[in-house]
Design a protein around this ligand. Structure first.
Ligand SMILES: Cc1cc2nc3c(=O)[nH]c(=O)nc-3n(C[C@H](O)[C@H](O)[C@H](O)COP(=O)(O)OP(=O)(O)OC[C@H]3O[C@@H](n4cnc5c(N)ncnc54)[C@H](O)[C@@H]3O)c2cc1C
Ligand code: SF4
Ligand code: SF4
Ligand code: SF4
Length: 1019
């Protein structure tokens, strides 16, 4: 495996484009449906050149190779800022060099190719785009433009090497590559329908008339000015100069990040002090504007450059990286406004900084153009995202060259950027959406939401059913694994949503809400379909505890034909959900519906039983199996001195609240101690008690560290709960809660910064009642009295798979085993126990539903394809399910996000293969940027794991990837194959049969490539 990209000769590029398009109506993986097609005759002008839309890739990974530029063009780019070149063109960039999980970071600041290698790529792209413009869009006059980018100092830019590059792009007619491209097209005219010799001859050798100057951070202002003057007067180029966000000053940037939740971004103050200062920058721009006018050239600013930040957590190799993406937006748009104001709107701005489908039209409406993007293209959907951007801008074109900016609009946009939800950190507070699974070489598509769900709910399936209004079937799918659809549809902690692919588009699909839609609309009809179940065993099961975990176990056991009785010390089923969680969070009717389903399955209930459970007694009564699902109901006492009569456990309070709110007397002011979900519920409930005016949440760390769901925390804030961070209560005396002030110290073992007392610093709160929400405990006494063994640190000894305790046929699960946990966790344990008991009884356990539902495959595939690359805000109810990308059916994310098109989608018909297509990694096109690894839902990296096609023996030998090299006569019947550690030579006969025994799916995959994709290896 090599991180050096092999440049593809023009002849092969053209052959690839034509063959792939003919074969699969895609080009470099961009499907024809995602080709941008103009809807009107309007266009836009810049520097006298005409573009169909003013959008395109910023100088970066998406303009490094010809195929990248082609992929951008097809999906809607018409302005191409070519990747920067500079004199030091033999640099080794440490890899990986891109991390675009949320806001993006990179360490690759100019092309990795030698300068003239880059030149060749740009000329080849120029020709391919002309070909496509004519062949696909039947257009003869060019409607796109290339803009070159150079760095970083005057000496380098004046060097013969860089100068040859600049002059070559101004007039390429005498260069070898220009002549080669023309010759190849002329030789192949018969392969085209629209292209003729006259058109080829007319392709202009003037590739660029404009340039964007990129300067290093810290470049002296005089140097910047000198370079621009040189480019304008000597090189006669229209010029943009890149401005750095550091112009805003350290304080401004730091405060903006902190305000917007990007507290963790580590800035270097010296980057700001060493860079050009705002006042000097304005003066410089004024001089340069006048200079350009004198020389009859256009001049403007490119805003903005990336922001240098410290590498603190080994995000990428090295010490410094450059930030772009949604965190850069408020900085860039405000810098744009600030600078534009200095020029009363008379400033040409080329924009780049967090532009995406949600803001591009508003940016354009200020008069700013062109608008280039990079980060949004690194995310799933990638190049295909251009189509939405171009479609959004298309109706706004007015065939003019914008003159002045609309300062009012720009001001409004700049001001609103700080509150724009799409740019606040909290919009994506999921740190890592990868699952823990290892990536297989073939058949890898999976729904990360399903893997993320503790009970592996078939999310995409029920979402589609809801979308198609097939509610009863949706309900069927849900309850095949989850007997509490109403409860989980309302209060599940939704781990699934932390894995959703849409997090990398806009926001996770609101999966939980869709489950509730399925429940509300499918329940009644489904209940009519439940048949009377016949007993499959004479053994009886006693489930102790009618909370979520006991209910789940009982449901699956009864469904499979066992006799089950649920015993509870209370008077109703539902456990903590019924008795503790307040009714403003979940209606009692929702809980009742779930219980009704379980009852309908034949489960019996006995309430008000003796809480001193004796397993032996149950056994004596004829129950062969006992499941202890008794929750974790003991509360932790709050350790403070003084008047503890006004201290109450949050759980007891919530129970009392649910039983009879009116009788509660808490006084005017309440402090809730803790930061978990119980604390949020207690605080919100307290606010609803008569007489209560103020409720505090007192927590010893900051809000960011609170274990409560962010959603619940939000609701508490919305309700008016006052958060008192960094306080630890010490005593309660005469209505004063004395709290020790804390500060955040070094990270502890969990990675959280531990709270440290600030010596001598205290804060007093006037409170009437304190509610302690500092965790619930397992009742070990009851377990010990039943002979259940407890290990170190209170770990109850169970079989991890069956959850059977040290006492035979006695099981334990839910909160009773795990400590305070979740409803879905309880269901998971209940399911495990049911499965284990059924196995002992030799009764089949099934959660199958597939035989009962089917989809229209063609419609499904078409709809998925349409959604790729389209950002879409969360919508109401059933339509929300339409945002699901159905990752289990089609993933291809690694192919989408590879800037270099090095991961290809190859449909393979092979025995046992289940995916629509397989992923082939092409070693020669990969520079190990690491972007596919960021977005693949597995822990592993596609560029290291997927079956790899090698172009040379050297690359094959240097790599550890499983993959193959075509050998022999090169005509595709013989390969050198490595699978894991083993390297073998494989020869295929004409029917595709291998002469040695290899995995049949791998053989089918290789044979497909050899026979149908020769353009991939005859390079
Ligand atoms: C305030 C609060 C808010 C929460 N919010 C959420 C949320 O939003 N989402 C979420 O997923 N989870 C939430 N949880 C956690 C969730 O409620 C629990 O994880 C879940 O209810 C545990 O289910 P369980 O069946 O293990 O135990 P429980 O629900 O506690 O049920 C145990 C049952 O056993 C009975 N019992 C106990 N001892 C005996 C005995 N000796 N004999 C007979 N019966 C007995 C009890 O009466 C009870 O009915 C919250 C918890 C709390 C306290
Ligand atoms: S997009 Fe759909 S299938 Fe993919 S993770 Fe999200 S909910 Fe699941
Ligand atoms: S295959 Fe992956 S690592 Fe290689 S260039 Fe593409 S995205 Fe980067
Ligand atoms: S990103 Fe690529 S390798 Fe990973 S699961 Fe999707 S298709 Fe497979």
């Amino acid at each position: 495996m090599s991180d050096k990209m092999t440049q593809i000769p023009f002849r092969n590029l053209i052959d690839w484009v034509l063959t792939e398009y003919k074969q699969s109506q895609t080009i470099y993986g961009i499907p024809e449906a995602k080709f941008f097609k103009k809807t009107n005759a309007q266009h836009i002008k810049l520097f006298g050149e005409t573009m169909e839309t003013p959008v395109g890739p910023a100088a970066g990974p998406h303009t490094q190779l010809a195929q990248n530029i082609v992929a951008s063009y097809l999906s809607g780019s018409r302005f191409f800022e070519l990747k920067s070149v500079q004199i030091m063109d033999e640099l080794e960039f440490p890899k990986p060099c891109i991390l675009a999980e949320d806001e993006a970071y990179n360490t690759e600041w100019s092309t990795e190719l030698p300068i003239m290698g880059a030149f060749d790529e740009y000329v080849k792209a120029w020709f391919v785009l002309h070909v496509l413009e004519k062949e696909l869009f039947k257009q003869s006059d060019r409607r796109f433009m290339f803009n070159m980018s150079v760095g970083y100092d005057l000496k380098g830019i004046q060097s013969p090497k860089v100068d040859e590059f600049v002059e070559g792009l101004k007039d390429a007619s005498q260069t070898a590559i220009f002549k080669e491209c023309k010759a190849v097209l002329s030789e192949n005219l018969e392969r085209f329908e629209q292209l003729d010799q006259a058109y080829v001859d007319a392709i202009s050798p003037t590739i660029c008339t404009s340039i964007t100057l990129s300067t290093m951070h810290g470049c002296p202002p005089a140097e910047i000015e000198a370079i621009i003057k040189y480019l304008i007067s000597e090189k006669k180029l229209h010029t943009f100069v890149k401005m750095n966000p550091t112009l805003l000053g350290y304080e401004y940037v730091r405060n903006t990040f902190d305000k917007m939740g990007y507290t963790y971004i580590s800035l270097k103050e010296e980057s700001f002090t060493h860079d050009l200062q705002f006042v000097d920058g304005v003066e410089m721009l004024k001089r340069l504007k006048a200079f350009a006018l004198d020389h009859k050239k256009d001049f403007g600013v490119k805003m903005s450059n990336t922001l240098p930040v410290r590498i603190t957590k080994s995000e990428l190799p090295g010490e410094e990286m450059y930030m772009s993406g949604r965190a850069l937006y408020p900085l860039t748009i405000n810098l744009a406004y600030k600078l534009a104001s200095e020029f009363k709107g008379d400033l040409k701005i080329s924009y780049s900084g967090g532009a995406d489908a949600f803001n591009i039209a508003r940016i354009f409406e200020t008069g700013i153009q062109p608008i280039t993007v990079a980060t949004t293209l690194l995310k799933p959907g990638a190049y295909q995202r251009f189509k939405q951007l171009a479609d959004l801008l298309d109706p706004l074109m007015d065939s003019a060259e914008s003159s002045k900016l609309d300062l009012n609009k720009l001001k409004a946009l700049a001001e609103s950027s700080f509150d724009d939800a799409n740019h606040l950190k909290e919009k994506r507070d999921v740190i890592n959406r990868k699952t823990e699974l290892k990536l297989p070489v073939i058949d890898c598509f999976m729904a990360p939401c399903t893997v993320g769900c503790p009970i592996e709910q078939d999310v995409p399936e029920y979402l589609r059913l809801v979308g198609e209004k097939r509610y009863e079937e949706a309900f069927d799918v849900v309850v095949s694994k989850n007997p509490l659809p109403f409860i989980t549809g309302t209060i599940c902690t939704h781990n699934c949503m932390t894995k959703c692919t849409r997090l990398d588009y806009d926001e996770s699909v609101h999966i939980r809400g869709q489950k509730l839609v399925a429940a509300e609309k499918g329940f009644a009809a489904y209940m009519q379909t439940i048949p009377a179940l016949k007993p499959e065993s004479s053994a009886k099961v006693a489930v102790i505890g009618a909370g979520p975990s006991g209910l789940a176990a009982a449901y699956f056991l009864a469904k499979a034909g066992m006799e089950v009785t649920v015993f509870d010390k209370r008077e109703k089923a539902g456990g903590t959900v019924e008795y503790v969680i307040p009714d403003f969070r979940i209606s009692r009717e929702a809980i009742r519906n779930d219980i009704e389903l379980i009852e309908k399955m034949g489960v019996k209930f006995e309430f008000g039983v003796n809480p001193n459970t004796s397993v032996e007694e149950y056994k004596t009564k004829g129950f062969q199996y006992v499941y202890l699902a008794i929750g974790a109901g003991k509360t932790n006492a709050l350790n403070i001195s003084g008047d503890t009569t006004r201290v109450m456990g949050a759980i007891s309070f919530l129970e009392a609240f649910n039983a009879d709110k009116e009788s509660l007397k808490l006084g005017k002011s309440v402090a809730v101690v803790g930061g978990g979900n119980s604390a949020m519920d207690a605080a919100r409930a307290a606010l609803r008690v008569d007489g209560v005016e103020t409720v505090y949440i007192v927590y010893r760390r900051t809000k960011d560290y609170m274990p409560a769901d962010k959603e619940e925390l939000h609701y508490a804030v919305e309700d008016g709960v006052i958060f008192k961070e960094l306080l630890a209560p010490v005593s309660l005396t005469e209505g004063v809660l004395k709290c020790q002030t804390m500060e955040l110290g070094q990270p502890d073992a969990s990675g959280r910064r531990s709270p440290v007392a600030k010596v001598g610093a205290f804060e007093d709160l006037q409170v009437d009642t304190v509610l302690a929400a500092i965790g619930e405990l397992i009742d070990y006494d009851l377990l010990k009295s039943n002979g259940i063994e407890i290990g170190d640190k209170g770990k109850i000894l169970v079989n991890d798979v069956t959850l059977e305790t040290s006492v035979s046929n006695v099981y334990i699960g839910g909160d009773a085993l795990a400590g305070p946990w979740t409803v879905v966790g309880g269901i998971k344990h209940g399911t495990q126990v049911a499965k284990a008991i059924l196995a002992k009884e030799k009764i089949e356990f099934s959660q199958e539903f597939a035989s009962r539902i089917s989809f229209d495959n063609d419609v499904q595939l078409l709809e998925i394809a349409e959604k790729k690359g389209v950002m879409q805000p969360v919508c109401d109810h059933e339509q929300e399910s339409g945002r699901c990308l159905e990752c289990n059916k089609v993933c291809n994310i690694c192919a989408e996000v590879c800037p270099n098109r090095a991961n290809l989608m190859i449909p393979v018909n092979g025995e046992g293969l289940t995916n629509l297509n397989q992923i082939l990694h092409v070693d020669g096109m990969c520079n190990e940027c690491g972007n596919c690894a960021t977005f693949c839902p597995y822990t592993s990296e596609p560029y290291k794991v997927k079956l790899t096609l090698f172009w040379s023996e050297k690359d094959f030998k240097e790599s550890a990837n499983s993959g193959f090299l075509v050998v022999g006569d090169g005509n595709g019947s013989e390969v050198m194959l490595r699978l894991g550690e083993d390297v073998i030579k494989v020869k295929f006969d004409e029917s595709g049969k291998a002469d040695v025994r290899i995995d049949s799916s791998i053989a089918a995959f290789i044979w497909t490539v050899l026979k149908q994709y020769d353009y991939l290896y005859k390079i």
